[in-house]
Ligand binder design. Structure first.
Ligand code: AMP
Length: 283
């Protein structure tokens, strides 16, 4: 194991990447916003299995937060994060400042049409434009062979795959299954906003979605099963539903009844200070 390295600038990262490349090593990239948990560690360990060197990035990207969202309160735990990256087999962290990423005069946007309109894109206008802006930069800055993203953010993963294809970015995008707690709750940096009683409620989210996915796969009409699931989520104690929808896993088009295509159920709901998202395969 080489010593763990922290890069603060694009230049430092590129110089090290060039050294690794000259030594014939492959590079994996794991973009994150920090506040790391074992879901992020799974991405790092998956990357370490597939690539010789792994860089995780920690950047709370302001351009993907809307007005009134949690940009200021988002967890910032750099020292613990670096230890977690190292423990999972990562070699380096890229931790740029906002001015390193968006210097004075920055004027470029990256927008993926269509896939960004629905699901989280409908309630968080501009969110995915911020995501594609920062992820395109990170991919170009690092020049990694592979980049790893969680299936927990399935829509984000679909959008990034589209962007990389459209822009000929020569990095292979790898999706990693969602890491959950023992009750099936998807791990999220935002779960830390919840108190013990809210965590109990949150743990029902995946149970209800799994049941709906099962009923749709068994021939149920997707819109009806999603409506039932939405009501059960409210009954469990959530404050408000953003969406519960059944969609094609890749085009993200709405599905009424499952056929041979890969289908998923997607949901977002508000609970106290947190907005939770999750998705499950319908099969
Ligand atoms: P974030 O820091 O929340 O923006 O997430 C950084 C990366 O970690 C994204 O690719 C997420 O999809 C992924 N991720 C977050 N939570 C999980 C989880 N529970 N399981 C697997 N990947 C995750």
């Amino acid at each position: 194991m080489t010593d763990f390295i922290t890069f603060r600038t694009v230049n430092e990262m590129r110089t090290q990447v060039a050294t690794w490349r000259n030594a014939g090593l492959t590079i994996g990239l794991v973009p994150t916003m920090g506040g790391l948990h074992s879901g992020h560690q799974k991405l790092v360990s998956r990357a370490a299995k597939k690539c010789d060197r792994v860089i995780a990035t920690i950047f709370v990207n302001p351009t993907q937060f809307g007005a009134g969202e949690d940009l200021d309160s988002y967890p910032r735990t750099e020292i613990e994060d670096c230890k977690m990256i190292m423990d999972a087999g990562g070699n380096a962290a890229f931790i740029p400042s906002v001015s390193e990423m968006y210097p004075d005069g920055f004027a470029t946007t990256v927008q993926v049409a269509g896939l960004t309109d629905m699901l989280c894109g409908a309630t968080r206008p501009g969110h995915f434009d911020g995501v594609t802006q920062v992820v395109s930069k990170l991919l170009i800055q690092a020049g990694a062979d592979m980049a790893f993203f969680g299936e927990k953010d399935w829509q984000q993963l679909a959008i990034i795959r589209r962007m990389v294809l459209d822009l000929d970015i020569p990095t292979k995008i790898v999706g990693v299954p969602t890491v959950r707690d023992e009750f099936g709750l998807a791990l999220s940096s935002r779960n830390g906003y919840l108190d013990a009683a809210q965590i109990e409620i949150a743990r029902q989210f995946n149970v209800i979605l799994r049941k709906a996915a099962y009923d749709i796969a068994a021939g149920g009409f997707a819109a009806d099963e999603c409506a039932k699931a939405a009501q059960l989520i409210l009954d469990a104690g959530f404050d408000r539903i953003d969406y519960v929808e059944c969609r094609d896993a890749h085009s993200l088009e709405l599905i009424e009844r499952v056929d041979d295509e890969e289908t998923r159920i997607f949901a977002a709901a508000y609970l106290g200070p947190a907005r939770l998202i999750d998705n499950h395969s319908v099969s």
